[in-house]
Design a protein around this ligand. Structure first.
Ligand SMILES: Nc1ncnc2c1ncn2[C@@H]1O[C@H](COP(=O)(O)OP(=O)(O)OP(=O)(O)O)[C@@H](O)[C@H]1O
Length: 267
């Protein structure tokens, strides 16, 4: 077993998925080999419909691969996992519960109740997300960015090993989006998680992550897996670094000029 394999937390070996079970149907994703390390932040970018969400669903166990195997910490994923937190584009908060109760809802749903220690943890996470003054507010009293923060806190409450984020900031305006990205990094720094983060924004992918997985158009496969060795903590100044532009250009080339990116020495 190679050193890289031993360090893999999430692993995909020859993973493919077809939604239509007919053997000659087009696959959504195919031939995915991938290793994600514990507490690594990996962003996934690629053309619309290339299979980013499909990949994420297979890590969660909500979807099983038609080919190959997904494993987490050495164990094959064979069904929905309870050690993942999921954040979607819309936080879908329950409008009749206040912020704290929304955050605690998964516990109530799973175990039928929650205790003082859970409330304490909810309060701590809300404070970390800058929402401590809003714990008693109802969702419709919050801005879109604040609602999305509540969704992130809710996903973190059960202290999952893996945080799966499917275009979590795409409904937000540009300024809120950048700020919430830095807030997420602060939380990730204090409560490290293995993060798989889908985005349509190349600069967001580079700004936040340790590595960017670039997927080809459908059937999605791995075009490139790029190390983002920009210094941390990341900040608005990171965007001004020449290395930042070089990395975003490299990814853009893959997506908009795949033939050129495939030329030797094109990176
Ligand atoms: N439940 C489903 N049944 C049939 N086909 C599906 C299903 N879900 C997704 N697909 C198809 O599989 C392909 C990959 O979809 P997926 O949602 O994973 O792509 P994506 O890269 O996340 O797309 P986007 O960037 O537009 O959100 C698409 O062509 C999509 O139409």
């Amino acid at each position: 077993m190679s050193q890289a394999t031993e360090r893999a937390f999430v692993r995909m070996d020859g993973v493919g998925h077809r939604y239509d079970p007919a053997p000659d149907s087009q696959m959504a994703v195919r031939n995915i080999d991938l290793e994600i390390h514990r507490h690594e932040f990996v962003a996934v970018v690629g053309p619309s419909g290339c299979g980013k969400s499909t990949l994420l669903r297979m890590v969660s166990g909500l979807l099983l691969p038609s080919e190959g195997q997904v494993s987490v910490f050495g164990k094959p994923v064979s069904g929905p996992r309870d050690d993942v937190g999921i954040v979607f584009q819309k936080p879908t908060l329950l409008p009749w519960l206040n912020v704290r109760k929304n955050v605690l809802f998964p516990l109530k749903h799973k175990f039928g109740r929650y205790g003082r220690a859970d409330e304490q943890r909810a309060n701590e996470l809300l404070a970390m997300a800058g929402l401590d003054a809003f714990a008693e507010k109802m969702p419709d009293e919050l801005s879109g960015g604040m609602q999305q923060r509540v969704g992130i806190v809710r996903a973190l409450l059960l202290n999952p090993d893996i945080l799966l984020m499917d275009e979590p900031f795409s409904a937000l305006d540009a300024m809120t989006r950048e700020q919430i990205g830095f807030d997420l990094l602060k939380i990730w720094d204090e409560q490290p998680k293995t993060v798989l983060f889908i985005t349509h924004s190349i600069s967001e992918a580079v700004l936040l992550s340790d590595r960017v997985l670039v997927m080809s158009k459908r059937p999605g496969s791995v075009l490139d897996l790029i190390d983002i060795d920009l210094p941390r903590p990341r900040s608005p100044d990171t965007i001004k670094l020449p290395e930042f532009s070089a990395l975003t250009d490299r990814i853009r080339k893959h997506i908009y000029e795949p033939a050129a990116a495939a030329q030797p020495g094109a990176a």
